[in-house]
Design a protein around this ligand. Sequence first.
Ligand code: SF4
Length: 185
Amino acid sequence: MKHVKGYIKRKSMLYVTGVEYGNYTMNHVQGCAHGCLYPCYAFMMKKRFGQVKSYEEWLSPYLVSNTLELLDREIPRLKDKIESVHLCFTTDPFMYEYDEIAAMSLAAIKKLNMAGIKCTVLTKGVLPSPLAGLSLENEYGITLVSLDEGFRKEIEPFSAPYDERIDALRNLHAMGCRTWAIPNA
Ligand code: SF4
């Protein structure tokens, strides 16, 4: 298991997005230890706006410690406007071997589902099996640009090995969840 570098607090969590997966998104981690070298759009944006100074800093994730409190505050105000919430746009909700991040992502999805809000999830990590106990309206995806482990180690150096990613997705599918894989970053 790996540990987050530290904790930060944010003032808001749910925001409107133009991405195709949901009309709202949340990013409860700053940085992403997967360190993709496509390059990563999220890293480029954070660097441009001075929130992250270097690739090394990007690889050291900070968890937003007040994520659940923010959701408690924002869900009642926004729930009628939300069609679904996408996790995540500028980080990875199931960052490989970061159990603390996965636990926070699970708790956030559970909270959103309890308010009747569907979630979509996309990861280059491992989707945990407790997701199958949450709303069956949710959709779980992995990105898969290749099946060549040599390529992954070069381009997505710290992400989950492809077979682990696929096995976790297959497991959720077998438990009745909606799943999908996309062939781009
Ligand atoms: S998993 Fe996504 S957010 Fe993380 S480094 Fe790769 S492209 Fe960027």
